[in-house]
Ligand binder design. Structure first.
Ligand SMILES: Cc1ncc(COP(=O)(O)O)c(C=O)c1O
Length: 402
């Protein structure tokens, strides 16, 4: 089964493979070849493929009620909102269908917050090398010129600061008026798997409190257990953002995003301010509820922390003597192996060897294995990836000296 057709818009440079079946951390292509999935559909399928509890939830709800409308009550949506509020400490939830849509809701909340303060032209501070999505507002917020190119004029109202730099935020506070919010990822995923420096999020919180800004976290990639806490901000005890966006791991593959708000941001939206036809329908909410049940029942948040440490330690040991490996960083099961050279080629090499990985920011191998990885699968990933890197580097060296 090929995806080659002139009827798809060519928005992706696709790898030459089509998967037709999955189970746990393995995928099978249309020729029957098996692959180890260390990417999870880019941080989505945290419970792996064809998880029996997820399949059962989908089947049960599909046979009961898939969609009504947000003009009616949706019991599974209310139940999921309560559950998300309980594990995050946030106060209210809006459901959409994607990470970008969740961030759009965050940005709209910041604009309403500005109106409440009597600010007509508000500014939101966003970061260099960030990624927030591909809609018009979220691509403007994203710190990557290549993603913005061709779509000008960009949505205005964003100021940019270097990631992890509290002094830069303070400088903006002193030189700019009408700032209302900071939007930041606890770990920059697309930007090269960059964890926030120790104390950074706490520092952002303090500045937001001092200047009455909303602290808005994009946890689309970091949320739902991936970093070894339910949410990335929970690595700093006692911290709570005002707004947080989620998607990816929340639905294990069914499209769901969520924007959560707390305190002064929790009641900003009023009827008519925002909406979504599909957002939070009974099917996706029941599935997301089941995702949270399984993660809790099987202790997968702690497991993500342990597996992440195991993989990072394993790779550090296996690659200790490899000079081209600059550092191995990340949090939980969001892991980056930083090379001293562009390494996009490794994605195809790994694919040919039956291993799914990603390269981001040009020279960072990004690993996003599912939370249900066994220790044996973690060790297999370490051994296979280390061998691939070493072989590829050896070939590169040979080519250079030839
Ligand atoms: C941090 C972050 N925010 C937002 C998005 C956009 O999410 P979506 O593709 O679901 O719109 C992504 C996707 O990679 C992401 O990593």
């Amino acid at each position: 089964m090929s995806t080659a057709t002139s009827h798809l818009m060519p928005t992706y440079n696709r790898q030459p493979v089509s998967f037709v079946r999955g189970e746990g951390a393995r995928l099978w292509d249309d020729a029957g070849r098996v692959y180890l999935d260390a990417l999870s559909g880019i941080a989505v399928t945290g419970l792996g493929h064809a998880h029996p509890d997820i399949t059962a939830a989908i089947c049960a709800q599909a046979g009961t009620l898939i969609h009504t409308s947000n003009v009616y009550g949706i019991p599974w949506q209310a139940k999921l909102a309560d559950r998300l509020a309980a594990i995050s400490g946030m106060g209210s939830v809006f459901f959409g269908n994607s990470g970008a849509a969740a961030n759009e809701a965050s940005i709209k909340l910041a604009r309403l917050f500005a109106r409440q303060k009597g600010i007509a032209e508000p500014k939101i501070i966003v970061m260099e090398t960030s990624f927030h999505g591909r809609t018009m507002a979220t691509l403007a917020a994203t710190g990557n010129a290549a993603i913005q190119k061709g779509f000008e004029p960009l949505v205005g109202g964003f100021l940019r600061a270097p990631y992890g730099d509290l002094a830069a935020l303070r400088a903006l506070a002193e030189t700019q008026s009408d700032i209302v919010a900071v939007l930041v990822e606890p770990v920059q995923g697309e930007g090269g798997v960059r964890p926030a420096p120790e104390g950074y999020l706490r520092g952002v919180r303090a500045l937001c409190d001092q200047f009455d800004w909303l602290m808005m976290l994009d946890e689309v990639q970091t949320g739902i257990g991936r970093t070894g806490q339910w949410f990335g901000f929970q690595h700093e005890p006692g911290l709570l953002p005002d707004v947080m966006s989620l998607a990816k791991g929340l639905g294990n593959g069914v499209p769901i995003g969520a924007c959560l708000a707390a305190g002064k941001a929790a009641q900003l939206f009023a009827p008519g301010n925002h909406g979504s036809t599909f957002g939070g329908n009974p099917l996706v909410c029941r599935v997301a509820h089941t995702v949270l049940d399984v993660i809790e029942r099987d202790g997968l948040v702690a497991r993500a922390a342990a597996l992440g440490a195991r993989i990072r330690t394993g790779l550090s040991t296996a690659l200790a003597e490899v000079a081209a490996v600059q550092t191995i960083r990340g949090q939980g099961l969001l892991i980056g192996v930083v090379l001293d050279r562009p390494c996009g080629e490794l994605v195809r090499r790994a694919l040919d060897a039956g291993l799914l990985i990603n390269v981001t920011a040009g020279s960072v191998i990004r690993l996003l294995p599912p939370l249900i990885f066994t220790d044996a699968e973690a060790d297999e990933l370490v051994a296979r990836l280390a061998a691939l890197i070493v072989d590829w580097l050896a070939e590169n060296e040979t080519q250079i000296t030839d």
